[in-house]
Design a protein around this ligand. Structure first.
Ligand code: C2E
Ligand code: MG
Ligand code: MG
Ligand code: MG
Length: 291
C-alpha cells in the first residue's frame, strides 16, 4: 500500500529510484498504478519546461515540456518511475493528451504575453500511436488552443518508431503535413537500423546525453560529430541533450550543432520560473548561465 511504498522510497536514494521501475514488487506496482489512475482528476500533474537554445545566438528558440507528478504523500515521483507504468497500463493515453493540451495552452499564453515565439516540444510514447485517433486528438487540441502547428514539436524515440514502423509512417506523414515538427529523442541509443531516417519525415535528431557527457573524448567525439554531419546531410536540425558545461558547448559550437538543451542553461522549470529566467537572460542568455 501507499505507506509501504513511501517507506521504501525514503530508504532509496534518487538514483536507485530512477532505475528501479522493473524491480518494484507487485504490491508496490499496484499501489502506484492505483494512485496514477486518480492523479489526473486530482490535478496532481504539472509540466516543467526546459529551454532549448540556438548554439550560435544563445537565443531561446524552444522549450521541452516535461511531466511532473506530485503525489500528496510520496512527493515528487520521477517520470522514469511512473511513465513505464503509465505506458503498460495505457494510462499514458489520457495523460499524454493532458500533457499536449497543457503545453499548447502554455505556449499560447506565452505568445499572448509577448514572449518571442517559442517552439514547444512534447514527448510521445509508442503506446500513444496505438490509440485510435492520435492525429484527430492532436488536431482537436491545436484547434481548441488556437496554437499554430509549426510551433509544436513531437518527440519520439527510435525504439518507439521501430515498434510499429508500418503504422507509424502514415501517422508521421499526416502530422508532418499539419506542419508539426517531428524529432527523434535520445538518438543513438535505440539499436535500430538507420533506414527509417530515409523513409520517415523527421525534422531533427536529439543527440542522447550519454554521448554529450564526455563529448570531447575520442569515441563520443566521433559519434557526436557523425550524428551532426549526418543530420545536416539529411537536411535535418540537430540538438544536443544534457549539456552541462562550457567545454561541451564549445565543442558543439565548433561542430555546428544547431541547438542545445541542458543544465548548463537551465534545469526544467515551472512556467513562472521559466518566465523569470527568460526575462533575466533576454536574448543573451550566457550572461546568466555562463557562471
Ligand atoms: P527525455 O525526453 O529525453 O527528457 C530529457 C531528460 O533529461 C529530462 O528528464 C531532463 O530533466 C533531463 N535533463 C535535461 N538536461 C539535463 C542535463 O544537463 N543533465 C542531466 N543529467 N539530465 C538532464 P526527466 O524530466 O526526468 O524525464 C525523463 C524522461 O521521461 C524523458 O526523457 C521522457 O522520456 C520521459 N517523459 C517526461 N515527460 C514525459 C511526457 O510528458 N510524456 C512521455 N511520454 N514521456 C515523458
Ligand atoms: Mg524528450
Ligand atoms: Mg532525450
Ligand atoms: Mg529519455
Amino acid at each position: 500500500d501507499a505507506a509501504m511504498y513511501s517507506a521504501k522510497e525514503k530508504g532509496r536514494n534518487r538514483y536507485n529510484l530512477y532505475s528501479s521501475t522493473m524491480s518494484l514488487h507487485a504490491a508496490e506496482r499496484l499501489a502506484v498504478e492505483q494512485e496514477l489512475r486518480k492523479a489526473l482528476e486530482r490535478n496532481e500533474f504539472c509540466l516543467h519546461y526546459q529551454p532549448q537554445l540556438d548554439c550560435k545566438t544563445n537565443q531561446v528558440v524552444g522549450v521541452e515540456a516535461l511531466l511532473r507528478w506530485r503525489h500528496p504523500e510520496w512527493g515528487m515521483v520521477s517520470p522514469a518511475e511512473f511513465i513505464p507504468l503509465a505506458e503498460e497500463t495505457g494510462l499514458i493515453v489520457p495523460i499524454g493528451e493532458w500533457v499536449l493540451r497543457t503545453a499548447c495552452q502554455q505556449n499560447k499564453a506565452w505568445a499572448e504575453a509577448g514572449y518571442p515565439s517559442l517552439r514547444i516540444a512534447v514527448n510521445l510514447s509508442a503506446r500513444q500511436f496505438q490509440q485510435e485517433n492520435l492525429v484527430g486528438m492532436i488536431k482537436q487540441v491545436l484547434q481548441e488552443t488556437q496554437m499554430q502547428p509549426q510551433f509544436l514539436e513531437l518527440e519520439i524515440t527510435e525504439s518507439a518508431v521501430m515498434q510499429n514502423a508500418t503504422r507509424f509512417i502514415g501517422i508521421l506523414h499526416e502530422l508532418k503535413n499539419l506542419g508539426i515538427w517531428l524529432s527523434i529523442d535520445d538518438f543513438g541509443t535505440g539499436y535500430s537500423s538507420l533506414s527509417y531516417l530515409r523513409d520517415f519525415p523527421i525534422n531533427r535528431l536529439k543527440i542522447d546525453r550519454s554521448f554529450v557527457n564526455d563529448i570531447t573524448e575520442n569515441e563520443d567525439a566521433v559519434i557526436a560529430k557523425s550524428i551532426i554531419a549526418m543530420a545536416h546531410s539529411l537536411q535535418m536540425n540537430v540538438l544536443a541533450e544534457g549539456v552541462e558545461n562550457e567545454v561541451q558547448l564549445a565543442f558543439l559550437r565548433e561542430q555546428q550543432c544547431d541547438e542545445m538543451q541542458g543544465y548548463y542553461c537551465s534545469k526544467p522549470l515551472p512556467a513562472e520560473q521559466l518566465e523569470e529566467w527568460m526575462q533575466q537572460s533576454g536574448t543573451t542568455a550566457h550572461a546568466v548561465w555562463g557562471k
